[in-house]
Design a protein around this ligand. Structure first.
Ligand SMILES: *Cc1c(COP(=O)(O)O)cnc(C)c1O
Length: 378
């Protein structure tokens, strides 16, 4: 028997305001990068108290950040293997090589001891990934970067709105990149942004997102077009469109509602799953953290597929984040060993449904079905 309603792992949640905003842009018949992108950037800049540059997606944000710090062939960037393939592709797109690092067993974020063992004279940067909004060791990451003279590019795709030491993620870092793809904490359809106070980086990414056309951003925001210009470096077609920004603006306006709901879902999962036999719940402080995904570990789980299939029979979608990148053919050279924790933990991770429209009854149902399965099978 098919369950009536599927409890989705993740989804976009778009209200009438988002839809109306898109229609308004369509009516204006100016779809490219202009007023709406400027407004969205200004809103974000005020929120982060730091300059923000909007782009077409989170991967492009990472790529532009790397290009702006001068990443080139033979350079190396330290990155946890447990991340979306986006982080790795962005590094290789810049010409540099991703070096796969292990994770800390308790936080699922980059293990700095392992990262240190992989430093070479070619290492130029570290890309910490705030996996499931794991931001506990950010201070140590910045100490590490200072000590070894590395740039930091934060892949903060999982952590929009999270707060670390009383400061918003993105407001104080070296370079921080967010994604606004359809299922992230806020969406602009697709989309992403780069945040930094480094003037050189800002200048580079503003031009590079528009094919390297000098000062095209400034012209577009004045409603002008650039006819005569110079191009001094490689650029990309990575700008954000007004249609996307219109969605992003409306999502951002109600971000406090979105973030409170996400936090309360995570807290409810915690309360139902903590201290349950067979389950390890990660220690995140949801007063300060806005989770993109809710991840648990089931030690000794050998057949994750069976568990997922059983839950799906009851209408519950689950997932796992992510297949470690050093296992991909294209990135096998990123593997310099020392990835034991990643390899041990990865098969035991499970991501439970998390989105704004998930009800507390649905959270209870998910936990009940999960615990039932574990009681019978572990
Ligand atoms: C979503 C995501 C990205 C990239 O974002 P896109 O907007 O999809 O390009 C990068 N890193 C992580 C960890 C992500 O989850």
């Amino acid at each position: 028997m098919q369950p009536e309603k599927i409890i989705r792992l993740s989804k976009s949640t778009l209200g009438v305001n988002e839809k109306q905003a898109v229609l308004d842009v369509l009516d204006k018949e100016f779809l490219g990068m202009g007023k709406e992108v400027q407004i969205f950037e200004e809103m974000l800049t005020e929120y982060f108290e730091s300059p923000v540059v909007c782009v077409v997606n989170g991967t492009a944000a990472l790529h532009l950040a790397l290009q702006a710090i001068g990443a080139k062939p033979n350079d190396e960037v330290l990155v946890p293997s447990l991340t979306y393939v986006s982080s790795f592709q962005a590094i290789s797109a810049s010409g540099a090589s991703p070096i796969a690092c292990d994770i800390n067993e308790n936080t699922l974020t980059i293990d700095l001891k392992d990262a240190e063992s992989k430093l070479t004279p070619n290492t130029i940067a570290i890309m910490p990934v705030h996996y499931s909004a794991g931001i506990e060791n950010l201070d140590e990451i910045y100490n590490f970067a200072r000590k070894f003279n590395l740039r930091v590019i934060e892949d903060a795709a999982h952590a929009f709105g999270s707060i670390c030491n009383n400061k918003k993620i993105g407001s104080t870092g070296d370079i921080t990149c967010f994604s606004f793809d359809g299922i992230k904490n806020i969406t602009s359809g697709e989309g992403g942004c780069i945040i930094t106070k480094d003037e050189n980086v800002l200048h580079r990414v503003r031009d590079a997102r528009l094919l390297g056309v000098e000062k095209d951003t400034e012209k577009r925001y004045k409603g002008e077009r650039t006819w005569e210009f110079d191009v001094k470096f490689q650029g990309w077609r990575y700008h954000m469109s007004n249609i996307m920004a219109a969605i992003g603006i409306e999502q951002f306006k109600r971000f406090s509602t979105i973030s409170n709901k996400r936090k309360s879902i995570a807290k409810y999962y915690d309360s139902l799953l903590k201290n349950q036999k067979g389950i390890y719940v990660f220690d995140r402080n949801y007063e300060f953290v806005v989770p993109h995904i809710y991840v648990i570990r089931i030690p000794n789980l050998t057949e994750r597929k069976d568990l997922q299939n059983e839950l799906l029979k009851n209408g519950i979608q689950t997932g796992y984040h992510y297949q470690p990148n050093h296992t991909h053919t294209y990135f096998k050279n990123s593997n310099r060993g020392g990835l034991e924790v990643t390899e041990k933990i990865f098969p035991e991770l499970l991501t439970l449904p998390m989105h704004e429209e998930l009800s507390f009854e649905e959270v209870e149902f998910v936990c009940l079905q999960l615990l039932n399965y574990l009681q019978k099978n572990l």
